[in-house]
Design a protein around this ligand. Structure first.
Ligand code: PMV
Length: 323
């Protein structure tokens, strides 16, 4: 049996802009997805999601021949990863997979990427493959490309590596050797949204107003450069102010919502240095940074305005095999 786990993420700066090869900063947090993999003696792969108590059995030949379209969409990214792995490594027996996760689904905290990363690591380890971090990112990204249409790759990268990264699609990642010891407060609205749809909405908007977007994209990169310095000097005030500016850009490209704005203004009015959307927006998660003594007030303000609160720490622990 192999058990692997991988973390959720927050995007501190640069979501959406990163899709068009602009800079972003992402951080892993201490919520995790776990995948257990066990050989079985049948010609089936079984997938059990503990969170929604849902199970499917998948015919071995369907996976190795890439016939995965008719299976449940929740598991399809994992089937696609398995298919891609089967092109490189010989699969001879069925495998039982059990998926368990603390990460809220579909709110912008990278739950699908964390599951894809833990799944890729568990499968490669079970197959005795001598893999590195790069292999996990490559296979997990295959799953992400099925879950979202044009993923930048930032989610599987941060979930594999942990810590805080500066990322650009064409250049890959650079680790930022900084630590934020304060918790990051995450507020979540109950609106449903789809990353793929939000990404397409922004790209269509960009196609309509290319000159305006050029300036917004340039502003994003300047914010990220300033944010790198602020993170290095642990200047929470500046990090917060830059988050507020970054949120203004996200709002201007149409990815905020009334519920998100309520949570963001509530957090700021309760004393947070800054608050912004994290992830694709349109609903889902926002983040706020504040001094330790304000955590209670900021959390309460988010709850009073209809959000659920997750208080989370940035985590250096990326993907992990639990021996
Ligand atoms: O899937 P989410 O909500 O965590 O958003 C990912 C960040 C985007 O920049 C919106 C998309 C991407 O692929 O980078």
């Amino acid at each position: 049996m192999v058990l692997a786990s991988a973390p959720a993420k927050i995007i501190l700066f640069g979501e959406h802009f990163v899709v068009s090869d602009r800079l972003a900063i992402a951080a892993a947090i201490d919520l995790r997805a776990k995948v257990e993999a066990n050989f079985n003696d049948s010609k089936f792969f079984s997938f059990l999601s503990k969170k929604n108590n849902f199970k499917i059995d998948v015919n071995f030949d369907d996976v190795v021949n890439g016939r995965i379209n008719n299976y449940n969409s929740f598991f399809k990214p994992l089937l696609f990863i398995l298919y891609e792995i089967s092109k490189c490594l010989k699969l001879e027996r069925g495998i039982d997979f059990i998926i368990d996760s603390d990460i809220p689904i579909g709110v912008g905290l990278g739950s699908s990427a964390a599951v894809s990363v833990a799944f890729s690591a568990a499968t490669l380890k079970l197959l005795n493959y001598n893999f590195g971090m790069k292999d996990i990112i490559i296979f997990a990204s295959k799953g992400e490309s099925l879950a979202h249409e044009r993923p930048s790759g930032i989610d599987p990268t941060i979930s594999t590596l942990g810590g805080i990264l500066v990322y650009r699609r064409s250049e890959g990642f650079r680790t930022l050797d900084v630590s934020i010891n304060n918790p990051v407060i995450i507020g979540v609205t109950n609106e449903s949204r789809s990353t793929a749809k939000m990404v397409m909405k922004v790209l269509n908007f960009k196609a309509k107003y290319p000159k305006i977007f050029d300036f917004l994209y340039e502003a994003n990169d300047i914010i990220v450069y300033e944010a790198i310095e602020a993170l290095k000097s642990n200047d929470l005030l500046k990090i917060g102010e830059l988050m507020n500016i970054a949120h203004g850009l996200l709002s201007s490209i149409g990815v905020s919502s009334l519920s998100l704005e309520r949570l963001i203004y509530a957090a700021r009015n309760a004393g947070a240095y800054g608050a912004k959307i994290t992830g694709a927006g349109g609903g889902g998660a926002m983040i706020a940074v504040c001094d330790s003594e304000k955590i209670g007030l900021v959390s309460k303000a988010i709850k009073d305005n209809g959000g659920s609160v997750i208080s989370s720490y940035i985590s250096n622990c990326g993907v992990k095999i639990h021996e």
